[in-house]
Design a protein. Structure first.
Length: 84
């Protein structure tokens, strides 16, 4: 969930880079396979649906389509809930 929220504020690459060490450390701390934690970070980082700032294509559509931030929130919140 942290990565999902973070990717709305920064790019998806930055969200993954910041969250990966945390997810990996948690897995090592629990003594379990880190792959599910890493996959959760990757899925969360690619889930930028609530704002146009988390992914480059969203910014292109945002400016060309004359969308408002509320348009992204209105559609993005339900998509993020289903995706999570």
């Amino acid at each position: 969930i942290m990565t999902l929220v973070l990717t709305e504020l920064v790019t998806n690459n930055a969200a993954a880079a910041l969250s990966f060490p945390i997810g990996y450390s948690m897995a090592v701390g629990y003594g379990v396979d880190p792959m599910p934690f890493i996959m959760a970070v990757l899925f969360g980082a690619s889930a930028s649906f609530i704002s146009p700032y988390g992914y480059q294509t969203n910014l292109l559509v945002y400016s060309v389509g004359n969308y408002k931030l509320t348009d992204y929130v209105r559609i993005g919140v339900p998509i993020s809930i289903v995706y999570s």
